[in-house]
Design a protein around this ligand. Structure first.
Ligand SMILES: Nc1nc2c(c(=O)[nH]1)N[C@H]1C(S)=C(S)[C@@H](COP(=O)(O)OP(=O)(O)OC[C@H]3O[C@@H](n4cnc5c(=O)[nH]c(N)nc54)[C@H](O)[C@@H]3O)O[C@H]1N2
Ligand SMILES: Nc1nc2c(c(=O)[nH]1)N[C@H]1C(S)=C(S)[C@@H](COP(=O)(O)OP(=O)(O)OC[C@H]3O[C@@H](n4cnc5c(=O)[nH]c(N)nc54)[C@H](O)[C@@H]3O)O[C@H]1N2
Ligand SMILES: [Mo]
Length: 663
């Protein structure tokens, strides 16, 4: 592969090797194909891999930040043990001996369920399954149920289609209209850009549905800014309009779908005026959307993660699925209501190890703080946290911190001393990304990409895989557990090898999962009990049960452009958290642009800087998620730990706040 000319022309570029094919492991649906340029044992540049069929050479604005973070001198490079409150370097042998002793002691004295394995979203690569298997060998420890990420959408689409299956992003080339519904690819999935740009160039139109004018508004021909959490009413309004105009796909509705009468009754329950008022979208915009769905076909709807973050998120997702059905876009090339892909799907599910023991205790991730505190018989005696920063990223952050403080021994495996590290007793420094060999599947497309060890990890950092193999040596199940990376990877991807993928090809570049459909449900058959699409029949009436008078704003804590979740480094350049609010609302409260204010929720308050935003709805304030508590930006301290009604997701966007002037 040729060198990037811009790079090879750079001064001092001698010694640069041919770029190494890599795959981005950051927690993002793009899982982009990348090229890592190595000089003198360091990666000096990351670019998009032009040979990747999805991101096609593009790389997002975060990519240079990933490189800075990987090469940061703030990375922890030796294991650390907290001694009398201070972090003290220890050898790997001492660290793992102690960890093994404590694990054995917990199993012997309180049973395996006294150990909590908290696996986060930091890297969802194939070998991470082998890490989880370690805890299954221990006899089945306490693990997690539910999710901080996409559980609600997954479960909601499961009710409609059978399993959630999405259109291959390459099928966007067949769309005449693309609707980005609660999704912000310019910030959160830049790897889609080649397809969105190509769509625009060939005259397809793009609609953005988001209470905020997100970064993706720049792509959109039509911007729809509904009241947060009311998308179900918007979808019903659009469907009602389509039916009023006689544009519905009667054949699909009558032969491929169940519950038509119930769904029509649901549409009849509210007048158009009531629906329009509930979602706060003008009738003319509803009409334009109806036309886009029914007359601008094929219409591809890309649901984001924005809709999940509500208690009744499943109704929102299901109402949009139903709109896809009414407008005849389900099973249609260039159409579909797509949401995500199974990042663990390509691997042998048996290897998680659940079969090694009877079902064990699982704590609810969205309420992890109180779940830990309330765990009895046995209480949580030890927690092992990998690829996560729950004190920063889970809701009700102070309670999560308090819960970890109540756990006698906490092991944190990460790269940096972050908010969670402050509540840990042992820190194990991990290799990540291109410092390790692994395979990467995606929750945004159908390709599996390689990671080879492009460079050595800094200092004594070790890949999680190495750490768990070394730990495993200390246990009686070592004989079964200890295998080489290659042995485990071959076992993990057995399903792919059986589908005809060649092992060697996996290491050359992205490989498509052979049986992943381009267009799901094209034959009109669904994997539901009746084989038909399931129209929803219930949407909860929308009285606002939240305390709108005391807390008048909905707080949207969205994916910021510049970084991914809490992946920053200690000491990052920070002032108070910036929140965007409508100029009119801020002015009414006497808060000038750029001035400090208090963001207040029932859980607490945070000093923030207010930015006036002409484009914001008056009932919303928004900010980026992932600021650290230690940097005064811990917005999750204000967010209640609720759980969604379906799918055990985390309704972050139910958070209601007030903004108060600081004198
Ligand atoms: N740069 C960057 N990239 C990321 C991340 C990041 O933090 N930063 N996070 C990664 C992760 S973990 C994930 S899961 C994905 C998420 O990817 P996305 O789903 O694209 O991103 P979000 O910011 O979570 O939410 C998308 C949009 O939903 C909007 N929204 C909020 N409420 C509503 C509503 O009621 N209705 C509608 N229609 N829209 C609403 C928000 O304003 C936001 O713009 O992105 C990944 N990529
Ligand atoms: N307010 C608010 N909070 C949210 C959300 C929201 O919308 N609003 N969205 C939620 C979403 S979508 C998600 S997915 C969660 C994310 O929740 P978490 O996964 O807990 O948070 P991240 O900040 O992604 O932390 C990932 C960590 O993994 C580490 N890491 C990276 N690679 C490796 C590795 O190979 N090994 C190890 N051991 N560590 C590694 C990184 O340094 C980082 O600290 O946050 C949720 N939090
Ligand atoms: Mo996520």
């Amino acid at each position: 592969m040729a060198l990037d000319p811009a790079f090879s022309a750079a001064p001092g570029a001698q010694g640069v090797t041919t770029p190494v094919v890599a795959t981005c492991t950051r927690d993002c649906p793009s899982a982009c194909g990348l090229l890592a340029y190595v000089r003198e044992g360091r990666v000096v540049k990351l670019t998009g891999n032009p040979a990747h069929p999805v991101n096609r050479g593009t790389a997002c604005r975060k990519t240079p930040g990933f490189l800075r973070r990987m090469t940061s001198d703030k990375r922890v490079t030796t294991p650390l043990r907290r001694v009398a409150g201070q972090w003290t370097p220890v050898s790997w042998d001492d660290a793992l001996d102690e960890m093994a002793e404590r694990l054995k002691d917990c199993v012997a004295r309180h049973g395996p369920e006294s150990i909590l394995y908290y696996m986060g979203f930091g890297e969802r690569t194939a070998l991470k399954i082998v890490n989880a298997r370690f805890f299954a060998h221990l006899g089945g420890v306490t693990t997690l149920r539910g999710t901080l990420c996409g559980g609600t959408g997954y479960a909601a689409q499961g009710l409609d289609y059978g399993p959630r299956v999405s259109h291959d992003p390459l099928d966007l080339q067949n769309a005449r209209t693309i609707v980005l519904w609660g999704r912000n690819p310019v910030a959160t999935q830049f790897g889609l850009m080649p397809h969105l740009r190509a769509a625009r160039e060939r005259g397809a139109s793009i609609v953005l549905i988001d209470p905020r004018q997100s970064e993706s508004a720049a792509l959109a021909d039509l911007l729809v800014q509904p009241r947060p959490g009311r998308d179900a009413f918007l979808a019903l309004a659009v469907a009602k309009r389509i039916i009023e105009a006689g544009w519905e796909d009667r054949t699909f509705l009558e032969t491929r779908a169940d519950n038509l009468a119930g769904y029509l009754a649901l549409l009849a329950r509210w007048s158009m005026d009531e629906l329009v008022a509930a979602c706060d979208v003008p009738l003319a915009v509803v009409a334009a959307l109806a036309e886009a769905y029914a007359q601008g076909k094929p219409t591809a709807t890309m649901l984001g993660w924005g809709l999940h973050r509500f208690t009744l998120g499943h109704e929102m997702v299901r109402a949009v699925d139903a709109l896809g059905a009414v407008s005849g876009n389900i099973g249609l090339a260039g159409g579909g209501v797509s949401q995500g892909f199974e990042e663990w799907g390509p691997y042998d599910p048996e290897l998680w190890g659940e079969g090694l023991h009877p079902p064990r205790r699982k704590l609810l991730m969205p309420q992890i703080g109180r779940e830990i505190l309330e765990a009895k018989d046995p209480p949580v005696e030890m927690a092992v946290i990998t690829a996560a920063n729950p004190v920063c990223m889970a809701p009700n952050a102070d309670l999560v911190a308090k819960a970890l403080d109540c756990v006698p021994f906490v092991v944190h495996m990460n790269l940096f001393l972050d908010d969670t590290a402050e509540h840990a007793d042992l820190f194990l420094p991990c290799a990540a990304f291109y410092e390790q060999r692994d395979l990467v599947a995606s929750f945004g497309h159908n390709y599996v990409g390689p990671l080879v060890r492009a460079v050595d990890p800094p200092g004594q950092c070790r890949s999680q895989f190495d750490i768990f193999m070394d730990l495993g040596r200390r246990f009686p199940f070592a004989g079964e557990y200890i295998k080489t990376e290659e042995e485990w990877l071959r076992l993990l991807i057995r399903p792919l090898l059986e589908k005809g993928v060649a092992w060697d090809d996996l290491w050359k570049g992205p490989v498509r999962i052979p049986d992943a459909p381009m267009v799901p449900w094209a034959d009109g058959k669904f994997d539901t009990p009746t084989g038909r699409f399931q129209l929803l029949t219930e949407v909860t009436a929308c009285e606002d049960c939240r305390d709108a008078a005391r807390y008048p704003f909905t707080l949207l804590t969205v994916g910021p452009v510049g970084h991914l979740c809490s992946e920053r480094e200690p000491g990052y350049d920070s002032g108070p958290l910036e929140i965007a609010m409508a100029s009119e609302a801020a002015t009414r409260l006497g808060i000038a642009d750029g001035s400090p204010a208090k963001l207040v929720s029932p859980l607490g308050e945070l000093v923030v800087t207010v930015r006036h935003d002409e484009t914001s709805r008056a009932d919303v304030v928004s900010c980026g998620r992932g600021g650290w508590l230690s940097h005064g930006q811990g917005v999750n301290r204000l967010i209640p730990d609720l759980v969604s009604a379906v799918g055990q997701g985390t309704p972050y966007y139910e958070a209601r706040v007030d903004v108060e002037r600081l004198s």
